[in-house]
Write a protein that binds this ligand. Structure first.
Ligand code: NAD
Length: 350
């Protein structure tokens, strides 16, 4: 019997595939029967093999535990698997942790991306490289307007600064060395399998446990929420149809203040697990604000709509309610990932 490679099976190398967005992308990639997937993931506190348990038995799936900053390992994987695309999700991704300790953010987000690019340049320059980035590179907006791909970068947190630095390297490698690299700048993403430190799962889980729901500052910070499956579809579209050297904004078009979002989550929870005497929304507690907290993000995704034929399809209230239900029904997953990370939902970055 011919091996998968001999049989013409196409392979994608996906870094950070054991994290939140990466694990959804891996599942989407494997929906194509003629594709193999190699995941390279360091399994930091945020990465967990449990996120991939439904695909781990697939003969087209290979998991490699390792660091994107290990250039020799990346080169070896490129030589061994000759992927037709490399998609980089691997990152330190939590703003609050970047305030507590930026070093890992520089090591993975900047140096790690650099090592990936170097390995690509040496081994695989013609291959599609998709670098998954964030709208946070653009800084903060006032009451109106939205980020365009031409908006100058003005990152405010160490997280955003390291993502911005990586984006600049990716762009430069496309221009200088002709790498077939594209960048996606996605907005705040939500859905199943998100590590509980992030606002939506944190709120759901604290509410269920009757713990305070932390609201940073006045709670009037605005984010543009994107369902993880819509984000994945945008990245797939950029992989397929993106132009080398270009960036594409991927936004959900769902602007909400944090206060309004937390109220929506409480409302959804009341209909799934009624709170009883004390309504969930009464658990909201204003806490000291995040340093350099960006007031508002809003993403203009017209370029992705026009050039990639992508558009988000998830209705926000329905997507959020489904997400709330997923966390209610997956407490074993929550307990396992929190235990592995030794995370107890404490305040970070204060
Ligand atoms: P996540 O924190 O859930 O997952 C990150 C994954 O990368 C983990 O599996 C972790 O183990 C792995 N990783 C970390 N350092 C590594 C290293 N040095 N080598 C190999 N693997 C490493 O992150 P996420 O929310 O899934 O985000 C994925 C990407 O999308 C990130 O690049 C992030 O900047 C970007 N992004 C996230 C959002 C969002 O709202 N979550 C929005 C826009 C863009």
């Amino acid at each position: 019997m011919p091996g998968l490679r001999e049989a013409g099976v196409d392979c994608w190398l996906i870094t950070g595939g054991a994290g939140f967005i990466g694990c959804h992308f891996v599942r989407a990639a494997l929906r194509e029967p003629s594709r193999r997937v190699v995941v390279l993931d360091k399994l930091t506190y945020a990465g967990n093999k449990l996120n991939l348990s439904d695909v781990s038995g697939d003969s087209r799936f290979t998991f490699v535990e390792g660091d994107i900053a290990d250039g020799a390992l990346v080169e070896k994987l490129l030589a061994e698997h000759t992927p037709s695309a490399v998609v980089n999700f691997a990152a330190e991704s939590h703003v609050d942790r970047s305030i507590d300790g930026p070093r890992n953010f520089v090591a993975t987000n900047v140096v790690g991306t650099f090592e990936l690019l170097e390995a690509m340049r040496r081994r695989h320059p013609a291959v599609r490289f998709v670098h998954v980035s964030t709208d946070e590179v653009y800084g903060a907006l006032g009451d109106d307007g939205s980020f365009l791909e031409s908006t100058p970068y003005a990152p405010n947190s160490p997280y955003a600064a390291t993502k911005a630095a990586a984006d600049h390297l990716v762009r430069a490698y496309a221009r200088t060395y002709g790498l077939s690299a594209v960048i996606t700048n996605g907005s705040n993403t939500y859905g199943p399998y998100q590590f509980p430190e992030k606002l939506i799962p944190l709120t759901i889980l604290n509410a269920l446990d009757g713990r305070p729901l932390p609201i940073y500052g006045d709670g009037l910070y605005v984010r543009d929420w994107l369902h993880v499956e819509d984000h994945v579809a945008g990245i797939l579209a950029a992989l397929d149809r993106g132009k080398a050297g270009e960036r594409y904004n991927i936004g959900g078009g769902n602007e909400r203040t944090n206060l309004a979002l937390v109220d929506m989550i409480c409302g959804a929870l009341e209909s799934i697990v009624p709170s009883g005497k004390r309504p969930y929304r009464e658990l909201k507690t204003h806490v000291v604000d995040r340093s350099a907290h960006d007031r508002r993000y809003a993403v203009d995704s017209k370029k992705a709509r026009r050039e990639l034929g992508w558009a988000p399809s998830r209705e926000f209230a329905a997507g959020l309610a489904e997400t709330v239900r997923w966390y209610v029904e997956n407490r074993a997953w929550v307990d396992a990932v929190q235990a592995k990370a030794q995370y107890t939902r404490e305040r970070l970055g204060a």
